[in-house]
Design a protein around this ligand. Structure first.
Ligand SMILES: *Cc1c(COP(=O)(O)O)cnc(C)c1O
Length: 767
């Protein structure tokens, strides 16, 4: 974007005067933030003309974990330092906008992936638009009280949202059997990286039909009117805070249907207005279904096309061409299954389409035990997606292989050509250029800037690694100093900056095994106390994670880690070489600060459970070694960087499969006194256990029903061994070389590569 400082400050001044009756000197931070955002929006408006007749892909997702928009937008427009300088010239500080709330309309990896894909597609000039829900409240804000998680509503619009525009003229009505709601889109531009491309994120907000559909409203009786108003706004009230678990709430189903129906109605209406044949929709559009959440789009498009006079078979044919499905997990508790009666109740016409799909499937003469969409009164959304969609993809090699071999074995045998792998990625703009600018400059100074948009080029730093080491270490130290100051201020915990920063940040889930990390810390603690571990390399163990509010064990693990932190940090003898901190309210902005300051990236899920992971990629790109299992994209990280440059431990997928059949964890505990001591701390009064949750945690690992489901105790010894090896390697030239070799090998993990693969193999756009 062409930046003229005088013009920009004038624009901001005018907006401040018109909207807030104030000026550059007097405006509050919030007013200034909105005025700056609007000034950028009006300046870039002429670029936002996306209707160039080319085929576009709609990325349908219940979650978009965008984080903070302002710095990324200014960076991608190429005006970050210009705006900073312009504001400084009138005595204002751009960094004050660090207070702006994150847009946390997502839970974790899946929602952040959607955000990276939008940014990458725009930066690669690919016509991809996001479609989702404009939740009034995003993922809850987290604090700790007595070590327990507390949740508060996330009022992400508190500072306003200058980046979105309400597009009233595109509003549509979404109908449920018992309820009609108005869907109003809010459009947010997605700026490509310095290429002038602007794609769109369209988030739908639900409102009462009232004035909008006056006739419909007048038909209603008084009581219904009140109910309608209430229910309509409730649909978009809040993001469900569950990651990798399905909650069978009707409101959730309403959210899912609401967003896909609104999106499809909007698109079909425009196609019709342009005189297009709806049966040739695939010429202009395709849709990527991000997990099963938006899969109800399939029967909805069938319904809409039949309403336009087409047959079921014709509609089916269109759907088979336009829809594609991304699977994100093999965990049974996460695969969406809905009660037939529930769907039939609130969406009878849509349910009819699902039944028609089931009938069509039956008509193919296949084994009904292997191939079904509806069975025993349950609708299996993943099966519906696989049956209809053109392509089905997993999100890392190992994950896609498990889908083919196990989870969807039968379907893979039937449709081998449908299944493809697209390994996840992250955008190198937010996850290196923006969050670690000095490291980015160091790389630029050796190999130029080509890697900004072609991350494979980053391997060119290899010959310069030895020469980059001193500067890299200075930058890492500076990032650690900044993070330590931030943690001191926000968590009240002091971390000496010369400590190793060992980090595990991600959603709290038993399969991710934060508990394994915590037990190893207790093991080190007792070892230091009794003298069996000497000269322990000074290390800060940093955690960040939110637990789903209804996930009891995850919350117990948070309590446990917070108690371990108390024990360690308040013990003078140990705290000289060890600190533990669990940061509150981990989110994208916190991740940006943490990722560039980490020395160790903990990626320790039970093999086979983590579909891909993307934080592993963020750390790698920022020059951090992985301490991890052979799971998800860790496998490919090892392939790219060389396993000798990571710290790998634990049972492989194959070993997990065998061990799990005859697993008896108490036997392992019986043979390992130091493990027993760490475990016993959960129940022997070492920690306050006000609610008894630590005891339950202990039982889940030892004596409970199917104890230690995620093989924490099985992998413990190997984990501790490799972890200690890593901590003792730390600081040598060889160690720092490994770090930079990781950065050099991160090329594959750019989401630019991922979206290009989607574009070529699945969407057939942008060619
Ligand atoms: C990248 C990211 C995630 C995903 O982390 P994983 O370790 O891959 O599960 C979750 N939350 C936030 C805020 C992120 O930035």
């Amino acid at each position: 974007m062409n930046f003229r400082k005088k013009q920009f400050l004038e624009d901001v001044s005018h907006i401040l005067a018109a909207d807030y009756a104030t000026d550059l000197a007097q405006a509050t931070r919030k007013e200034l933030y909105n005025a700056v955002g609007k000034a950028v929006m009006q300046e870039t408006y002429p670029d936002r003309k996306t209707e160039d007749g080319k085929k576009r892909c709609g990325y349908f997702s219940a979650e978009f974990l965008m984080g903070r928009a302002i710095f990324n937008n200014l960076m991608n427009l190429g005006i970050l330092s210009d705006v900073s300088d312009a504001l400084a010239s009138v005595g204002r500080d751009l960094n004050a906008f660090e207070e702006v709330e994150d847009a946390a309309l997502g839970n974790g990896g899946l929602g952040r992936l959607a955000a990276c894909y939008l940014e990458s597609a725009a930066s690669m000039g690919l016509p991809l638009d996001g479609y989702g829900i404009r939740y009034r409240y995003g993922l809850f804000r987290q604090t700790f009280k007595d070590g327990y998680q507390h949740e508060e509503g996330d009022d992400w619009l508190k500072w306003g949202d200058p980046w979105s525009v309400r597009v009233e003229r595109d509003a549509v009505v979404v109908e449920f059997a018992d309820l009609k709601v108005k869907a109003v889109p809010y459009d947010t531009p997605i700026f490509g990286y310095r290429n002038g491309v602007v794609n769109n994120l369209r988030l739908w907000s639900s409102e009462p039909v009232q004035a909008f559909d006056f006739e419909a409203f007048n038909e209603m009786k008084g009581e219904n009117k009140a109910k309608e108003n209430f229910d309509a706004t409730k649909i978009c009230d809040v993001l469900y805070p569950n990651d990798n678990t399905m909650v069978g709430k009707i409101l959730r189903l309403r959210q899912q249907y609401f967003m896909v129906s609104a999106s499809l109605q909007d698109i079909l209406r425009k196609q019709k207005a342009a005189g297009k044949d709806l049966l040739q929709l695939d010429r202009d559009y395709c849709f990527q279904l991000n997990d099963t959440h938006p899969v109800i789009a399939i029967p909805e498009l069938m319904r809409l096309l039949q309403k336009e006079g087409h047959t079921f078979e014709e509609a089916f044919g269109v759907c088979a061409k336009v829809f594609n499905f991304t699977n994100h997990t093999i965990m049974a508790e996460a695969l969406e299954k809905w009660d037939s009666l529930a769907i039939a109740d609130i969406l009878p016409d849509v349910y009819e389409q699902i039944v028609a799909c089931q009938k069509r499937l039956e008509g193919e003469g296949l084994d009904p035990e292997k191939y079904f969409i509806i069975r025993e009164g349950i609708v299996h959304m993943a099966n519906l997606a696989i049956y209809v969609a053109a392509k089905v993809n997993g999100v890392a090699e190992i994950h896609t292989n498990i889908l083919k071999r196990e989870t969807f074995k039968n379907w893979y045998e039937l449709y081998p050509e449908k299944f493809v792998n697209i390994t996840n990625g992250i955008t190198p703009r937010r996850w290196l250029l923006l969050n670690n600018p000095r490291f980015a400059e160091l790389i630029d100074s050796r190999i130029g800037t080509g890697w900004h948009t072609d991350l494979k080029e980053i391997s060119k730093i290899k010959p310069y690694i030895a020469d980059m080491l001193p500067a890299f270490r200075v930058i890492k130290e500076e990032n650690k100093r900044k993070l330590a100051a931030y943690i001191k201020e926000h968590e009240g915990v002091e971390i000496p900056e010369n400590f190793i920063f060992d980090v595990q940040v991600k959603r709290l889930h038993e399969y991710k095994r934060q508990l394994l990390n915590a037990l190893s810390i207790l093991y080190f603690y007792y070892g230091i106390k009794d003298g069996s571990i000497r000269d322990f390399p000074p290390t800060a163990f940093i955690f960040g994670a939110k637990a789903a509010p209804g996930y009891y064990m995850a919350k117990a693990i948070i309590k446990f880690i917070n108690e371990v932190a108390n024990l360690v940090n308040s013990d003078e003898e140990v705290s000289a070489v060890m600190r533990v901190v669990f940061v509150q309210n981990y989110n994208v902005s916190y991740a940006e600060k943490i990722v560039c300051a980490a020395d160790v990236s903990e990626q320790i899920s039970m093999a086979g459970m983590e579909a891909s992971g993307t934080s592993n990629m963020k750390f790698m790109l920022n020059g951090t070694v992985t301490l991890g299992t052979m799971d998800g994209a860790n496998v490919e990280i090892c392939e790219e960087a060389g396993a000798e440059n990571e710290y790998i431990f634990g049972a492989t997928v194959e070993e997990v499969a065998t061990v799990r059949r005859f697993y008896w964890p108490l036997e392992i505990v019986g043979q390992d006194p130091s493990l027993k001591r760490a475990l016993d701390a959960m129940i022997d009064g070492t920690f306050p256990d006000e609610t008894g949750s630590l005891k339950k945690l202990y039982e889940s690992l030892t004596t409970g029903h199917s104890p230690d489901r995620y093989l924490v105790l099985l992998d413990f010894a190997d984990y501790v061994r490799v972890k200690e090896e890593l901590l003792r390697d730390y600081g040598s030239d060889e160690f720092w070389t490994k770090c930079l070799l990781n950065t050099a090998a991160a090329g594959k993990f750019s989401s630019d590569r991922s979206v290009k693969e989607y574009a070529d193999l699945i969407w057939h756009i942008g060619c």
